[in-house]
Design a protein around this ligand. Structure first.
Ligand SMILES: [Zn+2]
Ligand SMILES: [Zn+2]
Length: 342
């Protein structure tokens, strides 16, 4: 199969053996994959990951030993694969398994390839009414939903989202849907205009904002964002940290103590609620796709994704709908009468 590896920080198209799923796993033909900030960081060498990158995808199950009912289903996947046997896993915290692999990020080849392997328990079937172009956003959308799992803001809370990138955009949509439409502060007029079209207040100047927010979501990707968050959150308020900072961040911790601010680190969420959200709000991802490239043009795609004005750049891996149809048809022929939709 064709796959992307990162060599000297640049995506390179290579031939790799198609992976073989074990019982309990599925081979998924990737249709579309999304490039995210983490992929750009992997290219810069931050994660020490040497395999095929890519963790945002939608595809079709091509084979699943012992579980033919999965074959032909259109799926997205949870990216963390826990060991299932350590103490952390046994206590139910699979997402924090110290031995976990992470699709396209740690110890497991990812989605910038024609096919990937994931355990069946990681897969979620995509509802028919959610197109591939929307389904590919499920992982970042789940990361946005994670905020509400962790924080549960009271009705009438004032919320602020710092950052107008993909995660900021999705976090704003999730908070608005939960009845606390946030103000969004970003740097890119074009991205902020999209939020204004959704009826949200957006600004480029944090200086225009008062210190009045019960909840601040920090999704800027820069340590400056956390400083701004701490200057705008009310005493006893909550700051949700979505950014990871490489090389550390020099932050004055005194206001956190004095104002008893709660800082909540927040990573991935569950895909189920995010899929439901996509199914119930088809316009949710409109205007988020900056550009689409073929897999062989991954170098150009990475360059486009790194530009400041880009929100989401997609890789068309499966060659579009026709190819997908063929894979699905093959799957159906294989699954024949034994296939069940339950
Ligand atoms: Zn991502
Ligand atoms: Zn474990």
């Amino acid at each position: 199969m064709r796959a992307i590896l990162l060599r000297g920080g640049r995506p390179l198209l290579v031939e790799r053996p198609t992976p073989r799923p074990a019982p309990g796993e599925a081979l998924v033909r990737v249709a579309i994959a999304g490039i995210c900030g983490t992929d750009l960081e992997i290219a810069r060498g931050y994660f020490g990951f040497d395999g095929v990158p890519g963790h945002e995808f939608v595809g079709t199950v091509a084979s699943a030993p012992g579980a033919r009912r999965w074959v032909g289903r259109r799926v997205v996947g949870e990216i963390n694969v826990a060991c299932d046997s350590c103490e952390v896993c046994r206590s139910g915290l699979h997402g924090h398994c110290p031995r976990r692999t992470v699709l396209g990020i740690a110890g497991r080849d990812g989605a910038f390839a024609e096919a990937l392997v994931l355990p069946l328990r990681n897969l979620h079937e995509v509802p028919e009414r959610v197109p591939d172009e929307a389904a590919v956003f499920v992982e970042p959308l789940a990361a946005a939903h994670r905020i509400l799992d962790q924080v549960a803001p009271a009705p009438g809370s004032r919320a602020l989202v710092l950052g107008d990138g993909r995660l900021g955009q999705l976090a704003a949509a999730v908070l608005a849907r939960a009845g606390i439409p946030p103000v969004v502060c970003g740097r890119h007029p074009e991205k902020l205009r999209r939020l204004e079209r959704l009826g949200l207040r957006a600004t480029v100047s944090p200086g225009d904002l008062a210190r009045e927010y019960d909840l601040v979501v920090e999704a800027t990707g820069s340590p400056e964002g956390l400083r701004t968050a701490l200057s705008l959150v009310v005493p006893l308020g909550t700051v949700v940290l979505k950014s990871t900072y490489h090389g550390g961040a020099a932050i004055d911790l005194t206001p956190i103590v004095v104002d008893e601010v709660r800082i909540v680190g927040s990573r991935c969420g569950e895909l189920g609620p995010a899929l439901d959200h996509l199914a119930s709000e088809p316009s949710l991802t409109e205007g988020l796709v900056t550009a689409r490239f073929a897999l062989e043009d991954a170098a150009a795609a990475f360059a486009r994704a790194a530009a400041p004005d880009a929100i989401k750049v997609l890789l068309d891996v499966g060659g579009g709908a026709a190819q997908l149809g063929r894979v699905a048809a093959r799957g159906e022929a294989r699954g024949r009468n034994r296939r069940s939709r339950s």
